[in-house]
Design a protein around this ligand. Structure first.
Ligand code: PEP
Ligand code: MG
Length: 829
């Protein structure tokens, strides 16, 4: 399979520093000559061969970081000076060993002397070695290299001898870095070792010099900018040009507990992510995709099943594209390429045809699909070739993805063993909903951030969670004993006994604190100087509502109504919604407020039955109230259901993502019309403040809206222009940034000017450090995830309003979120 060079996760190749060409994701363990050529060099680590053909210097480089294997696993089949014909074997490698011990098996084939090339047209998709064309190369008319390499006449400048630092010597990557630096100068630059000379602009020439770590090399240059060139290259040679690249993994100790696939552990097996839900958990890794779903076998309508299969495959392709694009944006093109390969597998007609045959024979889409991909997986695995077996694993993964889409949302609980730390790429709300909560002690996802919906759900359940985790976590075998630190965002894959003991101590202290907070939870949250703050809860379903009174919640500040809409094939009708809202209202009783947010999808949450045109920026697109206003029948049914349920409790309604008065008025008008039609009493109707527009216009909105609820998750994302689902931005995505605080201040002032109340329902409301600042800014209500309610109440009781106001004043003037957190630490501990 051809992989474009810019998807190779190594900048020397991706940025074409080593030359231009292609990469190959190989299916065989032999490298064949791609053309008739003369062998210029076989690298002493045997992982790379350089060929000369028609004036071109072609580097064939097997895998990434394979130089570190120092020849292990490679068998050269040619030597320098040999003439080879297309298809002749150049070298063989132990694919299993190299795949386990190196960063990647991607094999680069690049033309190093690009000055001879006018254009390169790479092929795409699957290719067969020595049969298919890999790339078409058009040469420049006159070989410019002749003059470039002609011995220069000016006087030369030479450096002192430099001891080369690179631990693996000047192999392809450092040679490429040197060549790129040398090409910035007009001077002719040479590297000299033991009287042998290499043109520093040429990767091949530098590699042929066979410079090892510790060798002495002199840089000699001639030309106008010779002294600058010498200084630059000398400096580069004296640094470790491989620094910043992870060293090759050491062989795994022969222990069953240490996974072979976790080939490159970071410091002592600790993997890094982003804190998403507080607390620390000790448990056994459970890979969520490890379970095999057993779908219904038969189905009555083959046409319907075929349509369902097509839709699931299309949805899986979209997921894979999104995953790849995201990884590429994050500079992880290599991992992204894996998903591109998964997508190709999905397009394999043999697979789809086999599933189709099953469907025509009366099988359900899910069953037929499962039979089809499992048969292929078994076939691949039975072949005595580790690379094809690895393809089998890929096919299994992608097959499951489609299967999950076909049977997802059936609500069947997953069989999770006790004490599980669930590890997954991403958890959809339905995934968490279908887990046996009593058995899950931690959640770890490789995607997302603290404000992604999986994190919100984990906080709602009081389960420690880490998002944006190093993807190597996905390679941990189910059952590995691990520690998940939701405060520091770490997964310790090999905790030692001393650490386990410290954790057990910390868990015990946390449990004692939580018990005392819970014991006091029923009392109101009143500051030391007598100011009362309402502390309510965020919930996402009826279950959550039952837990609110137990934790001292004074109501619900945010019911995310999406729970009724996600993971199904059609929207719930008005009656079904009414019954659900009534159930929530009744669980809370007549005293506790229930603020129901109307449907908030779009952005990162899609509904299969609500078509949204493809959007370049979904978070800035048809989202929240914009989407529901564009689907009036759906919106009306929800509004009517909320109004009908309002007689069962103390119900209020609010709209997400309001940016303009026009949106607010259109939504409000619909409520009025339906209320008059139903003949029920008025309910408070408010807006969520999640956009800078709503915050800045708060006073204007306050003339009309009954209340405000600040969604700090989105308000922070939009104010700082940082995607809340991007784990790389998570450390800066802080709701305590003064820019966000200023918008909160403005919202509170606008609302209070008209006697309206303001709540905060974003994650900041449950952040103990944020509580004094929000109270000081005048927020009336804090709506936190259910398990955090007792801690928020306890925190309020330790504060005085006056001190909080002073804290808020100082915070508004701080430079960033970290500075605000420092102020809070100093003033309130
Ligand atoms: C918010 O944006 O802060 C919020 C509460 O809404 P959600 O997290 O559901 O987008
Ligand atoms: Mg929001």
């Amino acid at each position: 399979m051809i992989v474009p060079l810019d998807r190779v996760p190594d900048e020397a190749f991706a940025q074409r520093l080593a030359g231009d060409g292609i990469a190959i994701d190989p299916l065989s363990d032999r490298v064949l000559a791609p053309c008739d050529a003369r062998v210029l060099q076989v690298h002493r680590a045997n992982h790379a061969v350089t060929l000369a053909a028609r004036g071109l210097e072609i580097i064939i480089h097997v895998g990434l970081d394979t130089v570190m294997l120092k020849g292990e696993g490679f068998t050269p089949l040619v030597k320098a000076g040999d003439e080879v014909r297309t298809g002749d074997p150049l070298l063989a490698f132990d694919a299993d060993l190299v795949a386990r011990r190196a960063r990647s098996l991607l094999t680069e084939i690049v033309v190093a002397n690009v000055e001879r090339v006018a254009a390169i047209e790479p092929a795409a998709g699957p290719v067969t070695a020595a049969r298919d064309v890999l790339m078409r190369i058009r040469l420049v008319d006159a070989p410019a290299a002749e003059t470039a390499s002609a011995p220069p006449r000016e006087e030369s400048i030479a450096s002192a001898p430099i001891i080369v630092k690179c631990s693996a010597g000047l192999h392809a990557r450092p040679a490429a870095t040197l060549a790129a630096a040398a090409r910035r100068f007009t001077a002719d630059v040479r590297l000299v070792k033991n009287g042998h000379e290499a043109n520093a602009r040429s990767v091949v020439s530098t590699m042929a010099l066979e410079v090892a770590a510790g060798d002495a090399v002199t840089v000699v240059a001639r030309g106008d900018d010779a002294s600058d060139a010498v200084a630059t290259l000398a400096e580069l040679l004296a640094t470790d040009l491989d620094a910043g690249y992870a060293p090759a993994p050491q062989p795994s100790p022969p222990s069953a507990a240490r996974p072979e696939t976790l080939a490159r552990p970071t410091t002592e097996g600790v993997l890094q992510g982003v804190p998403a839900s507080p607390g620390i958990a000790i448990g056994n890794a459970f890979q969520l995709r490890d379970d095999d779903l057993v779908p219904e076998e038969r189905a009555a309508d083959p046409n319907r099943e075929r349509r369902a299969l097509d839709a699931a495959i299309a949805a899986a392709c979209r997921q894979l594209d999104a995953l790849r694009e995201r990884l590429e944006r994050e500079g992880r093109a290599g991992e992204g390429a894996i998903f591109a390969a998964h997508r190709e597998l999905l397009e394999d007609p043999a697979l789809v045809d086999a599933a189709d045959a099953g469907i025509r024979a009366g099988a359900s889409a899910a069953h037929a699909w499962r039979q089809a991909y499992c048969a292929q997986v078994d076939r691949l695995r039975s072949l005595d070739n580790p690379l094809l077996a690895a393809r089998g694993a890929d096919l299994r993964d992608v097959g499951r993805r489609v299967l999950h889409l076909l049977v997802g949302g059936d609500g069947a609980p997953r069989e999770v063993p006790p004490d599980s730390i669930v590890i997954a790429e991403e958890l959809a709300p339905s995934d968490i909903a279908s887990l046996d909560r009593a058995r899950v002690v931690g959640v770890c996802t490789t995607m997302g951030s603290a404000t992604s919906h999986a994190a919100i759900l984990a906080r709602g359940l009081g389960i420690p969670a880490v998002a944006g985790m190093d993807p190597r976590a996905l390679a941990l075998p189910t059952g590995t004993r691990v520690v998940l630190d939701g405060d520091a965002g770490l997964l310790d894959t090999a905790p030692d006994a001393a650490r386990m003991a410290r954790i057990a101590e910390r868990q015990a202290a946390d449990a004692r604190r939580r018990a005392s907070e819970l014991a006091a939870a029923a009392s109101p949250a009143i500051t030391r100087d007598g100011h009362r703050v309402e502390v309510v809860a965020n919930i996402g379903d009826v279950d959550g509502a039952h837990r609110v009174p137990e934790v001292g919640g004074e109501g619900v500040g945010l019911l995310r109504s999406e729970f009724l809409f996600l993971h199904r094939h059609a929207a719930p009708d008005e009656d079904e919604q009414t019954r659900s809202y009534e159930a929530v209202a009744r669980a809370l009783g007549p005293e506790r407020i229930l603020v129901i947010r109307t449907l908030d999808v779009g952005g990162d949450k899609a509904l299969p039955y609500l078509a949204v045109a493809d959007e370049a920026n979904p978070f800035l697109g048809e989202r929240g109230v914009r989407l529901t206003l564009n689907h009036p029948a759906l919106f009306r049914a929800q509004i009517r259901a909320i109004l009908r349920a309002s007689v069962s409790g103390r119900v209020a309604m609010m709209f997400p993502m309001i940016a303009t008065l026009a949106e607010w008025r259109a939504a409000r008008e619909m409520v009025e019309r339906e209320r008059a039609e139903l003949g029920v009493p008025a309910v408070p109707v408010g807006i969520m403040v999640e956009t800078a527009a709503a915050a800045l216009m708060a006073e204007r909105f306050a003339r009309e809206a009954d209340f405000f609820s600040i969604g700090t998750n989105d308000l922070t994302q939009y104010t700082l222009a940082m995607d809340r689902s991007n784990p790389r931005l998570a450390p800066q995505l802080d709701a305590l940034h003064p820019a966000v605080l200023r918008l909160i201040e403005r919202t509170v002032d606008g609302a209070h000017a008209h006697g309206r109340w303001v709540g905060v329902c974003g994650a900041a409301a449950g952040d103990i450090a944020a509580v004094p600042v929000l109270v000081g800014l005048g927020v009336d209500e804090l709506s936190a995830d259910v398990p955090l309610v007792p801690a928020v109440k306890a925190r309020v009781r330790t504060l005085s309003l006056e001190a909080c106001r002073a804290t808020a004043r100082e915070a508004l003037d701080a430079s960033d979120g970290a500075a605000v957190r420092e102020i809070v630490r100093r003033r309130h501990g």
